[in-house]
Design a protein around this ligand. Structure first.
Ligand code: ANZ
Ligand code: ZN
Length: 821
């Protein structure tokens, strides 16, 4: 008997599938199913177990959908720009292009070993000019429409990577990549105005079939806050301070104001203060936002000025303190120590008055040990005492706004997306700075300039026809704090496309998250020459039906891609505005109870196991380990178990093939098979791979113990069920059973309802026509047996004691009536 040799059959089928172009999707067919995974970054670490866990099970799902009759599109590509390749170049001198291409070649081979249904004819590589040309096109669309803006702003800056970082790339005050402490640096940078879309990004979440946790993270990230701006006049000046508060109801309890150091420097430095204030401002600007927000010890200085509380004309001191951030709200706050924890700490430290104005609803004599931040009843609030704080919140804003002293306002925590990077290995920003055009715009010329050019005077768009702006090959990577592209004079010096004057190119490149914000559109027509994507295909194939990837992308990539899709929708390029209808996050695979890491020495290298047990066993073990969204702990022994199971599937087929005797029909096995179809179909719809595999194992055990009763039809069905999980093995055995077409051209088995149910009926038991009890039993139970069972019921026995049964009336499936003498 031939033995199961995964390596032989897997490479054979991978080759045959490719020759047959089995997985090249004809995008004109329906019904469509777009199955997407987060494309890999071609790092030197190659494909690790996390990738496998993302890609293997997702492919199982895609194969299932294909067999259900969907025209499944499952593309793959490479997110190929980014810092690691450049950092590697700095260290070793190997050009990022070279190391990236090498990594891609290697990873492509690894990906092929998964044996997934990737349509390789649609591969994309974001660092290739035929892709980044369209990333640049995308930039220009945002620019032209006033959604890209150059702003001077405080940016997160990593002194070691010598580049700015997006908020999302800062983890607990440290650089996500190199773990150095991030500082704040004021720089001119390019931003995409994602904040214009804050409300829509928030409200659309309702429509999405996404994990609740991810939606909540996005909600939190967008951070909508409804409150009011209240004006406080500065005493003895004719200036005002505007504060943003979400608790206008606590206004009577405001005992001081705090302005952020930056705001004071920018807007109030004309007010003469002591040198202490200036010193404090200088010091705090060195701190990171993280230190400022989360340090235990709050600090601040009194400015010497007072403000007047607009509700009661109370004189309250104005402080500068760095726990107030410059770029949220108005950069200034009214402080209510009785009801805000931070203010409470600060007030205690600097002996500022604490006035309680809200008391808990049921207490009489309030005493305050710490800030009370719940709603309650107003006290110490003049004629509003006794009112609920919720009602007063509305009332006080209405009252003050009549006098022009307040207005309702909503702020969002979401910041504009900082997309420029002072690095080499990225898509060049397609803009040119022309001093001559800058001058013309300043002099009032508006004609011939786009919205973006007027918004950013002097910055001229590279004409779309002239794209791509090619990344020059020869550059000096050594970090100088300046973009490496500035060192290439042929790149830098150019002519203005508008007026022909000498001009210089933008030397910053784009954040790689721009590349990945639209790749799912390009997959549909990656070779298209004159357009970024085919509008008809996009409208047909989007939204993506299932997107699977790591939960760590909950905020960055998954917000950016939504934003860019909305922008393209609004500019009329595509019909959809939400890219991913259903989202799923795979869990994590640990080893020896801990996250895998090189330093711990517990990394499981997929290639070793794939070589030994085959890709089918590897993928199936990953799926068997635990619920897909949780993951599990790797065990070398566990994969052996799955490997043995696949061996038994193999052996069963060999035995059935060799069986020459007549097969006796086994109703139990047949029924179990139909129950298996039902269970696996339901489990697969919900990505419950582990329980589906357990069910597959159960049927196999039953069949294995009754080999003489397994007929070929049953095996055909069983192979179809196992095909999405162990595609190579199933295809091989399918052919061994005499089929000549791929099993993946077969349709998914249906179960017969009648077969699976051991149907139950409920029979009413009557004594002399009165209902006394009931009985549930299999519908096939014989009448005599029902009679006997009914008589043994304790409730019925009560009535039967010492009585004789005259007659039994039986209505099958419904009722049995004992008539007594
Ligand atoms: C007075 C007050 C009384 C406040 C009270 C809270 C409780 P969220 O929900 O996060 O939007 N705040 C406003 N701008 C700030 C800034 N730039 N830096 C630091 N804190 C700032 O929080 C809004 C509240 O955070 C505002 O409401 C303000 O303090 C503070 F019992 O105003 B509150
Ligand atoms: Zn010009």
């Amino acid at each position: 008997m031939e033995r199961y040799s995964p390596t032989t059959i897997e490479s054979k089928w991978q080759r045959l599938w490719e020759e047959e172009k089995l997985y090249q999707t004809d995008l004109s067919q329906t019904p469509k199913f777009y199955c997407l995974v987060m494309f890999p970054y071609p790092s030197s670490d190659k494909l690790h177990i996390g990738h496998w866990y993302n890609y293997g099970p997702t492919d199982t799902f895609a194969r299932f959908k294909r067999m259900q009759g969907f025209n499944v599109f499952e593309p793959i590509g490479f997110d190929a720009f980014g810092l690691p390749a450049e950092n590697y170049a700095i260290k070793t001198g190997v050009h990022p292009q070279k190391s990236t291409e090498e990594n891609i070649d290697y990873i492509r081979k690894q990906l092929k070993q998964i044996g997934a249904m990737y349509d390789w004819s649609k591969e994309i590589i974001t660092c290739h000019p035929n892709y980044y040309r369209w990333t640049q096109w995308l930039f220009l669309q945002l620019f032209k429409n006033g959604l890209a803006e150059r702003k001077l702003s405080f940016a997160n800056y990593c002194p070691s990577c010598k580049t700015v970082l997006a908020n999302e790339q800062v983890k607990e005050g440290r650089c996500e990549r190199c773990d150095s402490e991030v500082i704040q640096k004021e720089l001119e940078q390019w931003f995409f105005k994602i904040t214009n879309y804050a409300e829509r990004l928030l409200s659309n979440l309702k429509k999405l079939n996404w994990p609740l946790k991810t939606k909540l993270m996005q909600e939190h990230w967008i951070g909508k806050s409804e409150g009011a701006i209240i004006q406080f006049p500065i005493e003895k000046t004719n200036h005002l301070i505007e504060v943003f508060t979400t608790r206008p109801d606590t206004l009577f309890g405001a005992t001081y104001l705090v302005i952020s150091p930056e705001k004071w420097r920018r807007s109030f430095s004309f007010l003469k203060t002591t040198s202490e204030v200036n010193q404090y401002i200088k010091q705090s600007e060195k701190k990171t936002y993280f230190q400022r927000q989360f340090s235990k010890e709050k600090s601040g200085v009194f400015t010497g000025f007072y403000a007047l509380n607009p509700i009661n004309k109370q004189r309250i001191p104005i402080w500068v303190a760095d726990y107030v951030l410059p770029d949220y709200g108005t950069g200034a706050i009214m402080c209510v120590p009785a009801h805000d924890e931070r203010d409470f700490e600060f007030a205690q430290k600097y002996h500022l008055p604490i006035i309680q104005v809200v008391k808990p609803p049921k207490t009489k004599e309030p005493s305050l040990q710490k800030a009370y931040s719940e709603p309650g009843i107003m006290i110490n609030s003049g004629r509003w005492d006794g009112m609920s704080s919720e009602a007063f919140k509305e009332e006080v804003v209405r009252y003050l706004s009549q006098k022009g002293l307040a207005k309702k306002t909503t702020y969002y925590k979401l910041r504009d997306w900082l997309i420029s990077r002072q690095r080499y290995w990225g898509a060049p920003i397609p803009l040119i700075y022309c001093p001559n055009c800058a001058k013309k715009i300043k002099e009032g010329e508006r004609k011939n300039f786009s919205k973006g050019e007027l918004l950013n005077p002097g910055w001229i768009a590279v004409p779309e026809k002239a794209l791509p702006v090619l990344l020059p090959k020869e550059v000096n990577f050594q970090l100088s704090g300046q973009s490496p592209l500035a060192s290439v004079s042929e790149f830098l010096h150019t002519k203005c496309p508008k007026c022909g004057s000498p001009a210089r190119r933008e030397v910053d490149t784009m954040d790689t998250f721009v590349c990945s914000s639209w790749y799912f559109l390009r997959y549909l027509s990656p070779q298209l020459e004159n357009k970024p994507f085919d509008k008809t295909l996009v409208n047909k194939w989007l939204p993506v039906d299932l997107y699977v990837g790591g939960a760590e992308h909950a905020t960055m990539h998954l917000i950016y891609a939504r934003f860019i899709t909305m922008v393209l929708h609004d500019l009329g390029f595509i019909d959809v505005e939400e890219p991913f209808a259903r989202l799923y996050h795979q869990g994590t695979i640990t080893h020896k109870g801990a996250k895998m890491s090189k330093s711990r020495g517990n990394v499981v290298i997929p290639d070793h196991f794939v070589k030994k047990y085959g890709s089918d066993s590897f993928r199936m073990y990953l799926m068997f380990m635990g619920p897909y969204d949780e993951g599990g702990d790797w065990s070398d022994y566990g994969i052996v178990g799955v490997y043995r199971f696949l061996n038994r599937v193999w052996t069963l087929v060999q035995k059935v093939k060799q069986n020459k005797e007549k097969i006796t029909f086994n109703a139990k096995l047949e029924q179990k098979l139909h129950q298996t179809i039902k269970k696996i179909t339901e489990d697969l719809e919900n990505l419950r791979f582990n329980t589906a595999i357990a069910t597959l194992m159960q049927w196999l055990n039953l069949a294995y113990n009754n080999v003489k009763t397994v007929d070929k039809e049953m095996l055909d069905t069983y192979l179809k069920l196992i095909a999405p999980f162990a595609p190579h093995l199933a295809e091989e055995l399918w052919h061994q059973l005499g089929h000549s077409n791929s099993i993946f051209k077969e349709s998914w088995p249906h179960y017969q309802k009648e077969l699976i149910a051991e149907q139950q009926v409920t029979i009413i038991i009557e004594i002399n026509g009165k209902v006394r009890d009931k009985l549930t039993l299999p519908s096939t139970t014989k009448q005599k047996e029902i009679e006997k069972l009914a008589q043994t019921r304790p409730k019925i026995q009560q009535y039967l004691q010492n009585k004789e049964i005259k007659k039994v009336i039986h209505i099958p499936g419904r009722l049995i009536n004992f008539v007594l003498k």
